[in-house]
Design a protein around this ligand. Structure first.
Ligand code: F2R
Ligand code: MG
Ligand code: MG
Length: 321
């Protein structure tokens, strides 16, 4: 296999998010998904329309491009503009409440911590949008984790919501800078490195569980071990499982993510981002690209994110390809 360029990986991470989101969307909330229905949907010629997962990912990427790095005020204003324009994308309950509080005059730094009785959200909504952070700063994975923690806090103040975003962003950046034919098992290598940045005890238990789980474990065992729900602590490990169980096959990674059931659009969006960052845009099946809503705009956005990453990064780093 030829080496995958960084441009291909940026495109893969962004477009992979949208493809996974759109392929998983019809099954969101179903505990059991009939494999024949997945196959039929994946082979159909209907438009692949994405949801809030991709809309918010676009907001993160646009903000990084415009600001040359993380700027919370700019990022939340982009989230609000996307939500205002398309409130029907299937947002979780929390983010629109954050946006309403900001409109009523609450400081954007404080708004998220007013939710859920003051605990903040532990939903997966910050993790699902964090691929652009992993790509943008992939030359410095500790920076990725800290930026993702900060960016999550705009809507998800709970430590579990933030840690999920850090894990997903770090995994995206790690895979974007890993050879597409790595020298060892991707799962083991990634989880080992995640242990250096993920300190939350609940997430660390999930990392152990992920490490112990075989990449060929049956679907029911994966769901029993990691979960498949809307909480970041379930959806993020499930997505990492799906992507690292199929490290050479984008389509299989996304299909196995949808097969897990539960929060299917979000688990598949994150698995698509991870598989796309490792294998590149060129590994995404062409029939899915032809059906994808906003395909060309997403490719352009990924290219602009790559340019912004090069402008922001100190000289002497990685090659754009
Ligand atoms: N909203 C959905 N799906 C529902 C239906 C969509 C349907 N297709 C439609 O079009 O209407 N999906 C999207 O939401 C998830 C991301 O959610 P996010 O952004 O994390 O939202 P929220 O509200 O912050 O958290 C989600 C739920 O988790 C529970 N929760 C979170 N923190 C909690 C806490 N501290 N205490 C108790 N519960 C907490 C709540 O039930 C939250 O509402 C993605 O699936 C995306 O696709
Ligand atoms: Mg969604
Ligand atoms: Mg979802």
């Amino acid at each position: 296999m030829e080496s995958v360029t960084l441009r291909d990986r940026f495109r893969g991470g962004i477009v992979g998010t949208a493809v996974g989101d759109a392929l998983g969307a019809p099954f969101e909330g179903r505990q059991e998904v009939d494999p024949r229905r997945i196959d039929s949907w994946q082979r159909s010629d209907k438009d692949l329309r994405w949801t809030d997962d991709t809309a918010m990912t676009v907001g993160v990427a646009e903000s990084l491009i415009a600001s040359g790095g993380f700027d919370g005020e700019d990022m939340v204003s982009r989230f609000m503009a996307h939500h205002d324009a398309e409130p029907w994308r299937g947002y979780g309950a929390g983010p629109p409440r954050v946006f309403a509080a900001i409109r009523q005059g609450v400081d954007w730094r404080e708004a998220a911590s007013t939710l859920f009785g003051g605990t903040g959200s532990f939903g997966n909504g910050a993790a699902m949008r964090s691929a652009p952070l992993g790509l943008f700063a992939c030359h410095d994975l500790e920076l990725v984790a800290s930026m993702a923690w900060e960016a999550a806090g705009i809507t998800h103040a709970h430590a579990l919501g933030r840690a999920g975003a850090a894990m997903q962003a770090y995994s995206t950046g790690w895979l974007a800078t890993t050879p597409s034919e790595p020298s060892g098992p991707v799962r083991t290598l990634l989880v080992d490195d995640l242990r250096s940045v993920i300190v939350d005890p609940t997430f660390r238990q999930r990392l152990d569980a992920l490490d112990d789980l075989g990449t060929e474990s049956p679907r029911d065992e994966v769901v029993a071990t990691l979960g498949n729900g809307i909480e970041a602590v379930e959806a993020v490990p499930a997505a990492v499982h799906a992507a690292t169980a199929h490290p050479a096959d984008f389509a299989a990674a996304v299909r196995s993510a949808v097969m897990l059931g539960g929060d299917t659009d979000t688990i598949a969006a994150m698995a698509g981002a991870l598989a796309g960052a490792l294998l590149g845009y060129s590994a995404i099946p062409q029939p899915w690209l032809s059906r994808l809503e906003g395909h060309e705009s997403l490719v352009t956005l990924a290219d602009e994110l790559l340019t912004a990453a090069f402008i922001a990064r100190p000289p002497g780093g990685i090659d754009a390809g």
